[in-house]
Design a protein around this ligand. Structure first.
Ligand SMILES: C[S@@+](CC[C@H](N)C(=O)[O-])C[C@H]1O[C@@H](n2cnc3c(N)ncnc32)[C@H](O)[C@@H]1O
Length: 252
């Protein structure tokens, strides 16, 4: 029996040109493709590649399935949008490894990084993540809202730029409004807030507002929201979208 493997692959934000060469090579070597169905759909079909597209809410089941297939000798690609280590499948795979069969620990398991949404979004605007920053998922599906609120408060107090993943969905309509309200308690109303939707896809839409004007209705589940820190600057341009950057230096 050939030695099976699991490669957890980041597909990047959407544009196939933003897929790494290493990720593309790993996809070409796979026998099985596993992931949430929109991500599986991004990978072209080819003879010999068995596709297993599933719903988003079954991450650890999907990871176990990948490990079972690998243990039987298959070369398995598990795909995520963006980077697989950022609020995505890589953590689910290692959770399944830790809780699963002992033999899974000795499988070849490799993570192929991808360009995560906050980096793709930041690049569109200039350099909003040029200083210290952090990333938070606003989803309270996997952690309590109290924990999210405490982390947001700490981030705002410490004056980090913050990238908010999973800002809103039909099942979670109010959380982003609360996060923006909390930001306003700590930050000036003039701080830039970036709403970057479907970055690098045909339906991309980017909007920069001040914190005073930012409303949750500007976001949907394909949007990443970046809230600037006190030092984040907006450079207005007659031609349209401003540049946004955060200087690396902080006054002493
Ligand atoms: C479950 S997280 C997955 C993040 C992904 N692993 C990554 O590294 O970008 C899904 C969230 O990522 C953000 N996202 C993913 N792709 C995006 C894109 N192309 N443009 C803007 N935001 C995106 C949105 O906030 C979305 O709700």
């Amino acid at each position: 029996m050939s030695r099976g493997s699991v490669t957890v692959i980041g597909l990047g934000p959407g544009d196939p040109r933003l897929l790494t060469v290493a990720a593309s090579e790993a996809l070409a070597q796979a026998d099985d493709l596993i992931g949430y169905f929109p991500y599986v759909a991004r990978v072209p079909e080819r003879p010999g590649l068995v596709r297993h597209a599933t719903d988003n809410r079954v991450e650890v089941d999907r990871a176990r399935h990948a490990l079972e297939l690998a243990a039987s000798g298959r070369r398995v690609a598990v795909v995520s949008g963006g980077d697989p280590g950022v609020f995505a499948m890589a953590a689910a795979v290692f959770e399944a490894v830790e809780q699963g069969e002992l033999e899974w620990r000795d499988l070849d398991i490799v993570v192929e990084p991808g360009i995560t949404a906050m980096l793709a979004a930041a690049a569109r605007l200039g350099a909003p993540l040029g200083g210290d920053f952090c990333a938070l998922s606003l989803s309270d599906n996997l952690k309590p809202w109290d924990v999210i609120t405490a982390r947001l408060e700490a981030v705002f107090r410490a004056d980090f730029v913050v990238a908010l993943y999973n800002p809103i969905s039909s099942a979670r309509p109010w959380q982003l409004g609360r996060a923006l309200g909390l930001a306003a308690e700590f930050r000036a109303g003039t701080v830039p807030v970036i709403f970057a939707r479907a970055v690098s896809r045909p339906d991309e839409a980017i909007c920069v507002l001040t914190l005073d004007a930012a409303r949750e209705a500007t976001a949907d589940m394909a949007t990443i929201v970046i809230i600037g820190a006190s030092g984040t600057r907006m450079i207005e341009r007659a031609s349209g979208q401003p540049f946004v950057y955060t200087p690396r230096s902080v006054p002493r």
